[in-house]
Design a protein around this ligand. Sequence first.
Ligand SMILES: Cc1cc2nc3c(=O)[nH]c(=O)nc-3n(C[C@H](O)[C@H](O)[C@H](O)COP(=O)(O)O)c2cc1C
Length: 314
Amino acid sequence: MMDWTDRHCRYFHRLLTRRALLYTEMVTTGALVHGDVARHLRFNAEEHPVALQLGGSEAAELAHCARLGEAWGYDEINLNCGCPSERVQRGAFGACLMNEPQLVADCVKAMVDVVDVPVTVKHRIGIDKTESYEFVRDFVGAVSEAGCRTFIVHARNAWLKGLSPKQNREVPPLRYELVHRLKHDFPDLMFSINGGFTDRAEMHAHLRLLDGVMIGREAYHNPWLLSEWDEVFYKEEPSTLTREEVEARMCDYMVREAAEHGTSWSNIARHMLGLRNGLAGARRWRQVWSDHKLKTLAPHDVMALAHEPVAQAA
Ligand SMILES: Cc1cc2nc3c(=O)[nH]c(=O)nc-3n(C[C@H](O)[C@H](O)[C@H](O)COP(=O)(O)O)c2cc1C
């Protein structure tokens, strides 16, 4: 998620779950072809498994960027066919690519031909007000023939005119049943469902029929959720780290990041502000970690301050 799931956020999430697959923000082919590759692709070894999401619509450029992604060690290359933003539409990629299944197929084939890691596609169920199931079915059919075996489906349309990206994550109705139909019609392909999940029981229900569930906003806002996933979804030993231990490890990480890359702790701490949601004192804790006036303090001192008991008037 743009501006959210940067490498600091992913490092944090990886402390909470060893198994869930993490995704980068969308990185455009333009940024990699013309920009600072290391800045966009550098990640921490601890983040694996991690998928690089690319945005673009030019097959040769995507192939070049997929190769770069593989060389940098990403475990999967994912093509964004779901972003509705105007900037992305002007670049003729993201969700508007769903109107051009053959172009997406060509792009996927170009990437599949040059990398060994899986090439996957994230998309919507339709564009604008189209209600037809056949639209998304034919998209998946064409793209799978080019070598994509895994589809991550945000189960609502993207309305390309008149809605902001934020509204496009809320207003078009969710139609999960279309993703189930896709799985029924393409049983050999893998489908992950996405959009609107907050409840573990609901995730479980979909996992009985599908291959994965992708969680966006809820994972970001309530990250402690992730700490039960290894046990609940992967039947592995649960994480033994407490919230305070996770926070302390993040402090260690902030110290390392400052020394190696000059990163300010506030650029990292912003991703963990939901860690204590639901606990007494969470508000004050969040206020301390978001207080830019404390920027000159060492992270472990900020943590101590965030946990300091507050004097109460009698
Ligand atoms: C701030 C923000 C940035 C996002 N950036 C991306 C992105 O770069 N690539 C992408 O495929 N989806 C992006 N999304 C969409 C999410 O991946 C997801 O499809 C959407 O939020 C619905 O899932 P959710 O209800 O679990 O959040 C973004 C969402 C948010 C809130």
